[in-house]
Design a protein around this ligand. Structure first.
Ligand SMILES: [Fe+2]
Length: 262
């Protein structure tokens, strides 16, 4: 019998080497100081980034909340840059590199605004947060319009938090948009029981990535390491981990290629 690499990983014969070799990327975090409901100051931001690094993370995307109506894009970008510059002198070699992005709450009418400057730097990927409710009637149309008119790729923030509102079909409709990516919070995976529900209810996709959604070092601290540990202990988990690693490598190549051009 021929055993493929994927078979070997899923069965636990080998562990994906990419996590230990290349490190993880945390695609969702609130680590910029004094900006949103995340890190309250530079010391907190540094502690969060160090904790992420200790758990095998080598790249963190800072994704402060963007609420249309409360923010406008140019001032949001200025505020984000100022917060990043506060942090910059404290970033040492043993800490993850920090990339800039945003977590954009989808509201009716948001597709009229140019959201491209909020994409993860170096990419066309926009991290979007669905309203915390059953999907409103306008949601899919609004998302389609953003994709069609702005040419961005959607990354859905923490789809793991919508299990009680979204049917399997709702999830599938979201993932049917071109090249859409599912971001899952490490916290949800770290909870072994809940992870079982995620495996049953979330779409079966290769286009998945991990985020800590860390806000502080208390009740919303990074748990990327614990999530990897839980995933490595089951067949479904190892499949998820392999997919996460592969998708992360693809996205990192996009970012690095753009960096090379600068
Ligand atoms: Fe978040």
């Amino acid at each position: 019998m021929v055993v493929t690499r994927e078979d070997a990983i899923i069965s636990g014969m080998i562990m994906s080497t990419a996590v230990s070799d290349a490190g993880l990327t945390d695609f969702h975090s609130h680590c910029l100081p004094n900006l949103d409901d995340g890190a309250s100051d530079v010391a907190m931001a540094v502690a969060m980034l160090r904790a992420d690094a200790q758990q095998g993370v080598d790249t963190v995307v800072a994704t402060p909340h963007f609420y249309i109506g409360q923010h406008n894009v140019p001032t949001f970008l200025q505020d984000r840059q100022a917060a990043y510059e506060q942090l910059l002198p404290h970033l040492t070699e043993d800490m993850p590199r920090v990339l800039l992005g945003a977590e954009v709450l989808i509201r009716e009418g948001i597709s009229r605004f140019d959201l491209r400057p909020l994409c993860l730097e170096g990419t066309d990927i926009l991290l979007v947060e669905m309203p915390f409710s059953a999907p409103p009637y306008w949601l899919l149309e609004e998302l389609e319009r953003i994709v069609d008119t702005q040419g961005v790729t959607l990354m859905y923030a923490h789809l793991d938090r919508y299990l009680s509102w979204y049917s399997h079909n709702h999830f599938e409709m979201l993932m049917d948009l071109p090249d859409a990516i599912m971001q899952v919070n490490a916290d949800s995976i770290a909870d072994k029981k809940y992870f079982g529900s995620l495996c049953r209810h979330l779409p079966d996709t290769r286009r998945m990535v991990l985020g800590s959604d860390m806000h502080n070092m208390d009740y919303r601290s990074p748990r990327m390491g614990q999530a990897v540990k839980v995933m490595s202990k089951s067949r479904d988990g190892r499949l998820w981990l392999e997919r996460i690693v592969q998708m992360t490598e693809r996205l990192e190549r996009q970012v690095d290629n753009t960096e090379g051009l600068l």
